[in-house]
Design a protein around this ligand. Structure first.
Ligand SMILES: NC(=O)c1ccc[n+]([C@@H]2O[C@H](COP(=O)([O-])OP(=O)(O)OC[C@H]3O[C@@H](n4cnc5c(N)ncnc54)[C@H](O)[C@@H]3O)[C@@H](O)[C@H]2O)c1
Length: 468
């Protein structure tokens, strides 16, 4: 079966970039990305490519090439579902904030809504692809909804989890380590999986396209994120031992990363991982383990999250101690608000937690981030509900010039590893700060020697503070 028409439900950080690449690589396939969020769709259709809702290096050029040719963004969900032979579900699957499983389980209400909508609208057989990250065995729930509420058309469900990382999405999608496709082990399931393999085979070498059963595919995505996050928490745990003993975590991580059994990636100590996925996917895994009575397994993975929370607290506490145990009324500059460089995504960003802690101590914060918009920063704080919006605005300002953000500041906290921070005139920054001027580097981004020569007191996670 050759697919000519694809619909993707959900125009977010996954739906937008993945479909842009499929459209670019497969000009013979019409790809329509739909979303309930009208503003998001309008932004995807904006002539000014700076206004695309997702910032990813290289994405604007791909959208420019394919949009209007065979890539379309629309709010007409029913129409797109009706016309497509293959429907990707790329909607959000956040942690539940209510009821059973609150704070742990994945909230599948958006997935279920999609399934019901697909069932209601479809008049011909369809292949439904789970692109969202889902608890293992979700495909059977989707299948049950489709089969029981549909118009007697046949549905095949595939799991095709997305492994892209924000900030490098375009490269990850163009040259994936692997594409994973899980399907039913029936002739119909095999045919559906083959149809999806054929799409990816337009640009991905065949040996990198793995097919498995549905459950292995669903569980592999949760496992991948748990393993990646676990490496970060492991090196972060070592960072505190380094600070106590005089070892340097950057040297330790280089030394162990050269061991081919360990490898060098995801061994950078930091103020903590963020992003919409790691925490929610590990909680999801913990919840699944608990629901099968596997309490030791659940506790093991939960510790990865606890370590991450601890690292953010530890960073804030160390900053407060260094500023003579009080930050009340002191200006502290944040370099970075996004959860990592090269993205405008702020979900679960470490900066939010550190800001919340410091605002509780009545610090005045001035934020500079190259890509995150002012409204997003205030929305992130308002969401915490620790203070009112007016209180946050009185204490936290957002600057568009990094040098202005540092004027008369007591300390700079580096919370995102944006490359541009390395290129700044740090002497000029020092000259305009209050003394002693303290840099708290939560990303081990800057050169200690250079900053100390200028006169800064410099702290970096896992290699300690000037003078110790
Ligand atoms: N962000 C990542 O880096 C990443 C990577 C791999 C996998 N994932 C997974 O992909 C999924 C999507 O993540 P995201 O970051 O793109 O989320 P997102 O919040 O950026 O986008 C989801 C979109 O779905 C839309 N939506 C929700 N319900 C809808 C409905 N019924 N009809 C139409 N539109 C609807 C929302 O309006 C939103 O725009 C999640 O399961 C996530 O875990 C994310």
């Amino acid at each position: 079966m050759s697919i000519k028409n694809i619909c993707c439900i959900g125009a977010g950080y996954v739906g937008g970039p993945t479909m842009a690449i499929i459209a670019q690589q497969c000009p013979h396939i019409k790809v329509t990305v739909v979303d309930l969020n009208e503003k998001r769709i309008a932004d995807w259709n904006d002539d000014n490519l700076d206004n695309l809702p997702v910032f990813e290096p290289g994405l604007d050029a791909i959208v420019k090439e394919a949009r209007g040719r065979n890539l379309f963004f629309s709010t007409e969900v029913d129409k797109a579902i009706d016309e497509a032979e293959m429907i990707f579900i790329s909607v959000n699957t956040p942690t539940k904030t209510y009821g059973k499983g609150k704070g742990m389980a994945a909230d599948l209400k958006y997935i279920e809504l999609c399934a019901r909508q697909i069932a209601r609208v479809s008049k011909q057989n369809k292949i439904v692809v789970e692109k969202s990250t889902l608890p293992v065995r979700t495909a059977s729930a989707i299948k049950s909804i489709l089969d029981h509420t549909g118009n007697d058309v046949k549905f095949e469900i595939l799991s095709n989890p997305e492994f892209l990382a924000e900030g490098t999405a375009v490269t990850d999608l163009l040259k994936p380590d692997r594409v994973l496709i899980g399907g039913d082990t029936t002739p119909e399931g095999d045919m559906a999986a083959k149809a999806l393999v054929d799409i990816y085979a337009n640009w991905v070498p065949k040996e990198r396209i793995l097919t498995t059963n549905v459950w292995s595919s669903e569980l592999s995505k949760l496992t991948a994120n748990a393993f990646l996050a676990q490496r970060v928490s492991s090196i972060n745990a070592m960072s505190e031992i380094c600070e106590e003993t005089g070892a340097d975590v950057n040297e330790v991580s280089k030394a162990i990363g050269m061991d081919s059994r360990i490898g060098s990636k995801f061994l950078k100590a930091s103020v903590g991982f963020g992003g919409s996925c790691f925490q929610k996917d590990i909680f999801n895994l913990v919840y699944i383990a608990k629901s099968y009575g596997l309490n030791e397994v659940a506790d093991y993975w939960e510790q990865v999250i606890l370590m991450n929370e601890y690292q953010k607290e530890r960073f804030t506490n160390k900053l407060i101690t260094t500023l003579y145990n009080t930050v009340s009324d002191k200006k502290i500059t944040f370099f970075g608000w996004a959860f990592k460089k090269d993205t405008n995504d702020t979900r679960e960003s470490a900066a939010i937690k550190v800001a919340d802690n410091l605002l509780n101590e009545q610090a005045k914060i001035s934020v500079y981030d190259p890509k995150v918009k002012v409204n997003q920063i205030y929305a992130d704080l308002d969401y915490l509900k620790t203070r009112t919006s007016a209180e946050n605005k009185a204490l936290l300002t957002v600057e568009s010039d990094p040098y202005v953000a540092c004027e008369n500041s007591h300390s700079i906290a580096i919370l995102t590893e944006w490359d541009e921070f390395k290129t700044y005139d740090w002497q000029k920054i020092y000259d305009h700060m209050l003394k002693p001027a303290v840099v708290f580097d939560g990303r081990s981004l800057l050169e200690r020697k250079k900053l100390e020569e200028i006169g800064f007191i410099y702290y970096s996670i896992g290699s300690g503070i000037t003078g110790n």
